[in-house]
Design a protein. Structure first.
Length: 164
């Protein structure tokens, strides 16, 4: 389904619409007590967790990078650093991630960020025709083609997740 008018109004949705990307909005009732946002999305939407991706903000050699990986996996910090030619990677703090992206943790989309940063999409995304990724708020995902994620974020593809 291609959305032509946003009823959700997030910056992520507006970016998808402006770019003319084919996407489907997948909303669910977020439980505020849940802290495992991606796992909750997969369960409530009835989707394989390997097909639901989370967006993480990472500091690689003191430069911020966005890692987009399956919610069923953990980020391999060394692999991420190597994928962008860096040496040391650490997870950015919550306050810094929220300030930099304009999104709250659990609703952080790779699209429409306040100040975009370089992105790396785990290459496992290519195993699927469509993946789900945050639409810019908790309880809102968008289903898109992995190649559209690459195009919109100018992401590099690399194996940066483990355990999925």
């Amino acid at each position: 389904m291609t959305k032509t008018r946003s009823t959700n109004g997030t910056p992520a949705i507006r970016v998808l619409e402006t770019a003319g990307i084919r996407f489907e909005v997948r909303a669910y009732d977020h439980d505020p007590a849940v802290r495992s946002f991606g796992t909750e999305a997969a369960a409530k939407l009835g989707v394989d967790p390997r097909r639901v991706f989370k967006t993480l903000l990472i500091s690689v050699d003191d430069e911020l990078v966005m890692a987009i990986i399956p919610v069923s996996a953990q980020l391999d910090l060394r692999a991420l650093a190597a994928a962008i030619g860096g040496k040391k990677a650490v997870l950015a703090g919550v306050a810094e991630a929220e300030r930099r992206t304009g999104y709250v943790v659990g609703g952080m989309s790779p699209f429409g960020q306040r100040r975009p940063v370089p992105a790396v999409l785990d290459n496992s995304a290519l195993a699927f025709d469509r993946i789900l990724i945050s639409g810019g708020r908790r309880g809102l995902d968008v289903e898109v083609a992995p190649n559209d994620v690459v195009m919109l974020t100018d992401a590099r593809l690399a194996r940066v997740a483990r355990g999925d």
